[in-house]
Write a protein that binds this ligand. Sequence first.
Ligand SMILES: [Zn+2]
Length: 195
Amino acid sequence: MLRDRVPVRSAPEIRSAYAAYKPTLRIDFDKACGYCDTPDSFLGGKSVYHVEHFAPHSKFPLLKIAYSNLIYACPFCNRSKSNTWIGSDASISHNDIEGFVDPCSVEYEIHLDRSADGRFLPRTPVGAYMIKHLKLNLIRHQFVWQSKKIRELRDNLRAVKSGLSAKDSSYLQLLEAIDELTILYDKFRDQIVDA
Ligand SMILES: [Zn+2]
């Protein structure tokens, strides 16, 4: 599965500078990059993430402060995409073979998927274009995907453990040993989650 939820842009008051939208954008995108889905806690917190212009403002200055054109993005996706845009019409983000799909569109799932180990997989030529131009298969994105899976497994383990009784002591010991494996990982996350 590509991602747990599709981000939804709210309707904040109009601001005069796009950077002023960042706190709202961060909430709307659930603190994760719209393109690669990496939570900002994995890359150093909100100060590291960017307010990305889906249609580049260098080509479409009228969209510089349009909230509907903004995406909460990690620096890797933002820099990779840069000012890339097909054609000269801001309303046409892709054709059948190339271009970008707005991550707030359910259409994003039509073009991209992820493998069990976290690699991005193209489902269409446009998906392949996005993987290439956003560098979605940087190894760091796979590491984050796998770290999220470890956390999910740990939470499942704790749920199983809470259902066991004292007479299942060998199971409890086993589950506690596995739980221990994630302690350092949790410490790391908790330190930077609201940086
Ligand atoms: Zn990203």
